[in-house]
Design a protein around this ligand. Structure first.
Ligand SMILES: [Mg+2]
Length: 284
């Protein structure tokens, strides 16, 4: 029998298990923190979305099926967006808080993440509003506000144990990607550089803006560096500007993502930690 497992993770308990048995059927097996339901064929995406819509929120579970084209044994890279994917905040919103302009900046961030204004325009607007802010604000954001999303550190550790590199790409700022790289031994990073003059933000970004295009290009660039194919990449993100790079990957993962990303991603994680990827896709 060919198997196309439906993989369920999140808040798994006996009553959830019963409901799932009734609603999905198939042969159920439990493995680590997952429930794996072996079904004969790949179920249509629409059916999967229906199952998610009816069960995911109520039972706090994620329901996923890996794409048939994806080969977990060949993974050569995991590439992740930073803000609201690898970490639990939008750094620029928190920097803005120290400048007392958080509502103004968050409003522009939201519009960009929903794909309602283009990313470069929104970034320049937001960084412009931060002009003259002391750089100590960045340090305070890192120390006081920046938290990794659940399972993120374990994911990186698990990948390294499997000799799989981890890359972080961000439309945010190098200040944070560099600190995260040093603290968690990340393999590759790319982000925007804030211009600093006399310990104050100038309100400008130096060099090329890392936008959706750049992120997608970075995925290809890393594949070249590592000598792997793009379908050997797992790529995760939460916002509209992650979609281009996610489309290029062998497996795209939406993490607590905006609706447009939830709809397009191969798999979605809303009720599990990021480390679930290890069990789900890296070494299933
Ligand atoms: Mg993001």
């Amino acid at each position: 029998m060919s198997t196309h497992p439906i993989i369920i993770s999140g808040n798994l308990n006996d009553s959830t298990l019963e409901t799932i048995k009734q609603k999905i059927g198939g042969v159920i097996q439990e493995q680590k923190d997952l429930l794996i339901i072996n079904v004969d064929t790949s179920i249509p995406k629409q059916k999967l979305i229906e199952l998610r819509n009816t069960l995911s929120e109520e039972y706090q579970i994620d329901i996923n099926q890996l794409p048939e084209t994806f080969d977990p044994s060949k993974i050569g890279l995991v590439l992740s967006d930073m803000d609201s994917t690898f970490i639990a905040i939008e750094c620029i919103d928190e920097i803005a808080d120290f400048a007392n302009i958080k509502p103004q900046i968050s409003e522009i961030t939201e519009l960009a993440m929903h794909g309602e204004i283009d990313f470069e325009t929104s970034l320049k607007k937001r960084v412009g509003l931060l002009a003259n802010l002391d750089t100590s604000a960045l340090e305070r954001v890192y120390k006081e506000r920046l938290k990794l999303n659940p399972g993120a550190a374990d994911l990186v550790k698990g990948l390294h144990e499997n000799s799989i590199p981890f890359a972080l790409v961000s439309g945010g700022f190098t200040y944070f990607t560099e600190k995260l790289k040093a603290e968690y031994q990340l393999d590759f990073i790319k982000a925007n550089t804030l211009e600093v003059i006399d310990n104050k933000l100038s309100g400008k970004v130096l060099g090329e803006i890392v936008d959706a295009q750049t992120k997608a290009h970075y995925l290809e660039e890393l594949c070249q560096t590592l000598g792997i194919q793009t379908n050997q990449v797992i790529c995760m993100g939460d916002g509209a500007n992650d979609l281009l790079m996610m489309e290029k990957a062998g497996l795209s993962v939406g993490y607590c993502a905006k609706p447009i990303v939830q709809e397009k991603a191969d798999i979605v994680i809303n009720h599990s930690g990021l480390n679930v990827l290890l069990d789900l896709a890296i070494a299933p």
